[in-house]
Structures are given as structure tokens and as C-alpha cells.
Write a protein that binds this ligand. Structure first.
Ligand code: IPM
Ligand code: MG
Length: 378
């Protein structure tokens, strides 16, 4: 936090990225400027352009900016599979063994942003709501699991030998040539499981939520998901006033769709949380309403859950509400709860009136018109 003199209270790293990331962050800025938040917004280079030109979509100067900031707003970034990414590098960068990894995943791991917080709330009057009265909050572990990046394709002979020795089920693959095998590791730690479950229960306690649902697949993925479920049960003991239930991730997808009102706070490991949070966002208006926070103990990065939608880039057509609600989450995180509440009231009221609607909501207003309409209600 920047203190003293006339310097702004907060330093916010401003990371539009590419595609529609630029469009939606411009709209969010109209809202933040309307609030007169005492902040300095510092632009950071991030995205596909920097991968192609510099071989790094998250340049070191941007990492430094994040270290010097209180929080960040992030738009979106185009990402492509490893080979397609290599093909777009500047000629002098090719063949140097540079490997593209999603910058948002890197930021989550580098800054230990272990909570991915994804509220999904059906705002009254939103014609896109699957059902009214949905008010879910998803806690997704954000640093471990299938996102560990520990992957092999082809599989090294040493690893295959060790697996043959240590794992009976690996025998099923014993005749497959190693260059025809691929392994992606799902790695979780007790600490990682505990802190995300604790964050979910703490939130439930603070916000008087009645229940935490643990999403898992402990019946099949026993080592990791089993550990997650066991730890959730242990943690629950210290929150006796809050109900806890659990279910397999596949069943959750059916039940959530059938009876969303049965759910309140939900918690999952990284990949299942990724999947269930898209499902939940669709139930409250789609990715135009899916907001999220990547939260650590020292830094937090807020972003819409949607991608960069390159075909709409620069057209100022997409719905910025997800980003504006992410900015609201940032205000809460900074402790600016009155301003956060004002943003939420403004969003609710614009949605309820239904006069200003972007194309996904059946209207023809632009990204910036939506931002301006929300700012005008503050
Ligand atoms: C998300 C996205 C990311 C993820 C992608 C862009 C790497 O889907 O934030 O949910 O998989 O976490
Ligand atoms: Mg996702």
C-alpha cells in the first residue's frame, strides 16, 4: 500500500491482455473512475503479442509490476497449444526451446494466488438466468492439481521403469511405446487442500452462508481427491455451525442444474472447480456474468472468467458485467466495501431496468455503453 503525501492509496496493475480483454477493461475503468477510487492504475504488458515478440507472454517487467502492486485487474489472453504457439514466434526466437504456458496460470502459481473465488448470482431481471434465486459461491483451488505442469510426452524411460516397479496398474501400459504415451500429473498437497477448504468455510462463516458442498471424485481418483475429501471433513469439525455435504463432480453437474437452490458455497480442486464454475456461470447469464478473483495472502488478481474471444476483439460488443463485477470483488478485497456495494447495486439496477443490454442479453448496446450505464448509477 502506498502511504503518505498526495500519492494514491492503491496501486492497481492494469493488465488488459489481448482480444476482448482490452474492451472489457476499458468499460470497468469507467466504473472505477466513476467511484473516484484513490488509486493509480499502472499498465502492464501481458499477452500473445509479447509471446510472439519476446518469447514471454508474462514479461519480467510485468512480474515486477505485480510485486509492486496492491491488486491487479486482468482482461484476457489468447492461448494456443504448444506447437501452434511455437509457430507464431518471431523467427529469431524459434528453436530455442521456449514453451508457451498460460500467463494466468503462471501468475496464480508464481504469486501463490491459491483461492479462485467465483460467485455466481442470478441478478433479477436478467433474461439469461437459467433459474432465479441462484446465489452460489465457488472456491476453486488455484495452484495445484492437474495444473501442476508436471507432464511428459513422450514418457522418459526412467519414469516408465519406476512406474513399472511402483504401480501395479501401470502394467496396462507396459507394451505401449514411450513416444505413444503421455502423462499429466495431478498433484495436490495437504496444505493446498486445507487452505482452500478453510477459505470456503471462513467465507461461509463471515457471510452467514448455511452450507459448504465439497465437490470431488474420491471414488475413482483416490489418492488426490480422497485426500481432499478427508481434509474437508477434518476442517469441517472446526465450523460446527455450518452444514457440509459432498458429492462426486459428475453428479454435482446434474444436481446443480436440476436444483441450484440446494447449493450455497462450493469447494473443489483446481480442474473440477474450473469446469463446475463455467457450468455455474452459464446458469446466471453465461460468461458475460462470470466474475472471478485469484486471491493470495499478499496479492490478488481479478478477471472475468471468459476468454479473449478474438473474433470480437476491438469491436466493443461483448458484455463487460463480468469484469465490472470482478472489479467489485477487487474493491471488497481492498477493504472498500461501500464502494463494492455501490457497484453491485448499480449492476443490479441496470440489469433490472433492462434498458441497456449488450448482444448476449438480446440488446445492441456496446461494451462501453454498458460500462457508462453502470457508472451513471453509482
Ligand atoms: C479459467 C480459464 C483458465 C483455466 C485458462 C484460460 C488457462 O479456463 O480461468 O477458468 O483453465 O484456469
Ligand atoms: Mg475455466
Amino acid at each position: 500500500m502506498v502511504l503518505g503525501g498526495s500519492s494514491p492509496r492503491y496501486k492497481i496493475a492494469w493488465l488488459p491482455g489481448d482480444g476482448i480483454g482490452v474492451d472489457v477493461l476499458d468499460a470497468a475503468r469507467l466504473v472505477l473512475d466513476g467511484l473516484k477510487l484513490n488509486a493509480e492504475y499502472a499498465h502492464g504488458d501481458i499477452g500473445w503479442e509479447f509471446w510472439c515478440k519476446e518469447g514471454d507472454a508474462l514479461p519480467a517487467r510485468t512480474v515486477q509490476l505485480l510485486k509492486d502492486s496492491d491488486a491487479a485487474m486482468f482482461g484476457a489472453i489468447t492461448s494456443k497449444p504448444v506447437k501452434a504457439a511455437e509457430a507464431e514466434l518471431m523467427p529469431e526466437l524459434k528453436g530455442k526451446g521456449l514453451v508457451y504456458r498460460s500467463p494466468i496460470v503462471r501468475m496464480r502459481q508464481m504469486f501463490d494466488l491459491y483461492i479462485c473465488l467465483r460467485p455466481c448470482k442470478a441478478y433479477a431481471g436478467n433474461g439469461l438466468n437459467y433459474k432465479n434465486d441462484i446465489d452460489l459461491v465457488i472456491f476453486r483451488e488455484n495452484t495445484e492439481d492437474l495444473y501442476s505442469g508436471v507432464e511428459f510426452n513422450p514418457v522418459p524411460a526412467e519414469l516408465a521403469q519406476l512406474l513399472t516397479k511402483l504401480s501395479k496398474p501401470f502394467a496396462a501400459f507396459k507394451d505401449v511405446p514411450l513416444d505413444e504415451l503421455a502423462i499429466s500429473n495431478k498433484i495436490v498437497s495437504r496444505t493446498g487442500c486445507r487452505r482452500i477448504v478453510q477459505a470456503a468455510f471462513d467465507f461461509a462463516r463471515k457471510h452467514h452462508r448455511r452450507k459448504v458442498t465439497v465437490i470431488h471424485k474420491a471414488n475413482v481418483v483416490r489418492a488426490t481427491e480422497g485426500m481432499f475429501l478427508d481434509i474437508a471433513k477434518e476442517v469441517h469439525e472446526t465450523y460446527p455451525e455450518i452444514e457440509m455435504d459432498d458429492a462426486n463432480v459428475d453428479a454435482i453437474c446434474m444436481w446443480l442444474l436440476k436444483n441450484p437452490a440446494n447449493y450455497d458455497v462450493m469447494v473443489a480442486t483446481n480442474m473440477f472447480g474450473d469446469i463446475v464454475s463455467d457450468l455455474a456461470a452459464q446458469m446466471v447469464g453465461g460468461l458475460g456474468f462470470g466474475c472471478s478473483g485469484n486471491i493470495g495472502d499478499k496479492l490478488a488478481v481479478f478477471e472475468p472468467s471468459h476468454g479473449s474471444a478474438p473474433k470480437y476483439a476491438g469491436q466493443y460488443k461483448v458484455n463487460p458485467i463480468a469484469t465490472i463485477l470482478s472489479a467489485k470483488m477487487m474493491l471488497d478485497w481492498l477493504g472498500e466495501s461501500e464502494k463494492a456495494a455501490a457497484v453491485e447495486r448499480a449492476v443490479s439496477s441496470v440489469v433490472l431496468e433492462g434498458k441497456v443490454r449488450t448482444y448476449d442479453m438480446g440488446g445492441s448496446n456496446s461494451t462501453l455503453e454498458m460500462g457508462a450505464a453502470i457508472a451513471a448509477k453509482l
